[in-house]
Design a protein around this ligand. Structure first.
Ligand code: TDO
Length: 165
């Protein structure tokens, strides 16, 4: 972030740098979502094969607790999660590779999130796992009683449903 008397300038994405330093993937769609309430949880989502989505996530307004969970078949870290707090001031970005669940919880009202994805949206391949699945055990800032959820996210299955598929 380069500040001057007008404000700041920031490069937020550079294809050649990303391919060299993070992952050799191309992005084909940009998404943006506004969540009005603090404690809104979106997730945990993924897009199924053959069009999985890697996601490069940042927060444009407010703040989020952002989460990625490894669900790669045969991975030694299957079911393990990581989190990062993303804010506009910090300008952090989280790279969620293909084969991971993704979800986030808003830490402020009127939080806006922006992310690039590596495959276009396919509603027929849209999948999810319950954000509070105890087998994953994400330490969310809010529990199910306080979380603001979409109707779809209220009824997502457990991680074990993937193992039976
Ligand atoms: C994800 C997506 C949704 N939609 C539509 C479907 C629906 O009518 C409306 C809202 O969709 P959802 O309820 O699935 O939105 P949301 O709960 O924000 O879903 C997102 O959550 C985060 C955590 C992710 O990682 C994303 O990949 C995506 O799954 O937008 C698109 O048109 N294109 C898209 O790429």
């Amino acid at each position: 972030m380069i500040g001057d008397t007008r404000g700041y300038f920031m490069e937020t994405f550079k294809d050649d740098w990303f391919r060299q330093h993070v992952a050799d993937v191309g992005f084909v769609q940009d998404n943006q979502a506004l969540s009005s309430e603090t404690g809104t949880i979106r997730g945990l989502h993924f897009q199924a094969d053959p069009f999985p989505q890697g996601k490069l996530v940042r927060c444009l307004r407010g703040a989020i607790f952002d989460v990625a969970v490894d669900i790669r078949d045969g991975s030694p870290t299957f079911g393990q999660w990581i989190s990062a707090t993303l804010t506009p001031e910090g300008a952090e970005q989280l790279w969620v590779p293909e084969g991971f669940l993704h979800g986030y919880c808003t830490l402020e009202k009127d939080t806006e999130v922006f992310y690039k994805v590596t495959n276009t949206y396919r509603p027929d391949l849209d999948r999810g796992i319950a954000f509070d699945d105890p087998d994953i055990g994400v330490d969310w800032p809010v529990g199910r009683d306080k979380a603001v959820l979409s109707d779809k996210d209220k009824t997502l299955p457990a991680l074990t449903s993937l193992l039976k598929a």
